[in-house]
Design a binder for this molecule. Structure first.
Ligand code: PHE
Length: 462
């Protein structure tokens, strides 16, 4: 299902669409990013804010993207151009966002592969010192050839291969088995983690609503995380919905995808945070959630190493179904709008984003250092990690989502949008007036406030 498909097919089944959209949504954002943010933004209070963000803003924006895509039957840029050509530049914004996300997404995707191999060949080394193993991968003891170069390169190569060969359909078929498997495994691991000795403090931390931990930063982080996790704000969902027909109910699809994605994030949170408390492995700011901490869980299960291998394989798969959806958008823009040749574009984009991405991993081992440049072993490089996530989650994704809401709610208009959402009245939409209100007023204002607040809150992304 590539955006350049001339003869535009449609999803063969309802479940096919849900799986592809959920495949894009469920990824490293849920399992690697979310627990870290929940941990550092106050646990239970953050969960509440996050859920509110998903329910009121996430679903609003997602349905906004869906109606734009299905109405025009075009990819993100084409869709906006068709409805109002003055806004075609918005597509460019999405491409920039996707590009920056991919720089670090492919690095972390590479780490999942490193962990698959790690659990296969050296699980005892991981168990002996989970945090040391993780930091070693990031380059704490010399240049991280595997963590920054070899595995991310393989991950990126796979992503690029899938996009340039148009084998996305095969991936969708695999999703039918692997996504439910990931779901089940997460639930199993969550239960194990929550019952580890000492885990109850973590469970309490996640369930305890302490309003004093809520500050402007928590809202900002929750909103950015919601957009990132739901794949909103860069047109991915516009493109996916462009393959739907009027028979599909966009409203229930929105509900199902947001629900599934949020469940996965919550399961991951309740799998990882209790393990942090039980094992005492606090991954801090180094992005170690979903890597270092889980060793304690696998160690405590009979045959845990097998579960470890399976978990990282499924996480890797979830990451690929997300990374391909991002790269597709970037490449489709350059091919369709700038007339560039598809394969060449994939190679060119990949090389540049890979080089930038290497610095992400290199910066991870030095997260505690402040400053723009650091120097080690004679090489100077910028601390990119914080900055890239800051730019995408706090600024670019919210900006992309803002343009979607303003575009669908004001420029195209809520009458048109509701007509499309209900398939011209075919499906019931009791909440239509609420959605229109959220789309036109609440979501744009909330996003603007949060973007502006973010600019004043400084660079800490936690
Ligand atoms: N939603 C994906 C994740 O959680 C990442 C993503 C972001 C995909 C933006 C597409 C667009 O991992």
């Amino acid at each position: 299902m590539t955006a350049s498909t001339e003869n535009r097919g449609q999803f063969g089944s309802k479940i096919g669409f849900i799986l592809s959209a959920a495949g894009s949504a469920v990824g490293l954002g849920n399992i690697w990013k979310f627990p870290g943010k929940a941990y550092s933004c106050g646990g239970g209070a953050f969960l509440v804010i996050y859920i509110l963000m998903v329910v009121f803003i996430g679903t609003t924006v997602m349905l906004g993207e869906f109606v734009l895509g299905r109405k025009t039957q075009k990819n993100a840029i084409g869709a906006i151009r068709e409805l109002n050509s003055k806004f075609a530049w918005v597509g460019g914004l999405g491409v920039l966002t996707g590009f920056i996300i991919l720089c670090y997404y492919c690095q972390v995707g590479g780490w999942t592969m490193k962990y698959i191999v790690g659990y296969i060949i050296e699980s005892s080394t991981i168990y002996a010192d989970p945090m040391g193993y993780f930091l070693n991968m990031l380059g704490a003891n010399g240049f991280p050839l595997q963590g920054a170069i070899i595995f991310p390169l393989i991950f990126l190569f796979l992503t690029a291969f899938i996009i340039s060969r148009g084998v996305a359909e095969g991936i969708e078929k695999m999703s039918k088995i692997l996504m439910p498997l990931l779901f089940i495994l997460l639930i199993g691991l969550m239960i194990r983690s929550c019952t580890l000795p000492g885990a109850d403090a973590g469970v309490m931390y996640m369930l305890h609503f302490d309003p004093s931990t809520i500050d402007a930063n928590a809202f900002l982080v929750a909103l950015g995380q919601a957009f990132f996790s739901l794949s909103l704000g860069m047109g991915v969902m516009i493109t996916y919905a462009s393959y739907l027909s009027k028979d599909d109910n966009l409203i229930t699809n929105t509900g199902i995808i947001c629900f599934l994605d949020t469940c996965v994030a919550l399961f991951a949170g309740f799998m990882i945070i209790p393990a942090v408390f039980a094992t005492g492995i606090d991954p801090g700011m180094g992005g170690g959630f979903a890597f270092a901490t889980l060793a304690g869980v696998f160690m405590s299960i009979p045959g845990g190493t097998i579960f470890g291998i399976l978990f990282y394989f499924l996480l890797f798969f979830a990451a690929v179904t997300s990374s391909t959806s991002i790269l597709e958008g970037t490449v489709a823009f350059l091919v369709e709008e700038k007339g560039m040749e598809r394969k060449k574009t994939v190679v060119m984009v990949s090389v540049v984003l890979f080089i930038i991405g290497v610095f992400y991993t290199l910066s991870q081992a030095y997260m505690d250092l402040k400053g723009i440049w650091i120097s080690r072993e004679g090489i100077s490089y910028p601390i990119f990690g914080d900055f890239m996530e800051y730019l995408t989650d706090r600024l670019l994704l919210p900006l992309g989502a803002l343009t979607t809401t303003v575009f669908a709610g004001w420029i195209w208009g809520t009458d048109n949008a509701i007509k499309e959402a209900t398939s011209d009245g075919k499906y019931k939409f009791a909440l239509a007036p609420l959605w229109a209100f959220l789309l036109r007023i609440v979501a744009p204002i909330a996003i603007i406030i949060i973007i502006i607040a973010g600019m004043f809150l400084g660079m800490s992304i936690s």
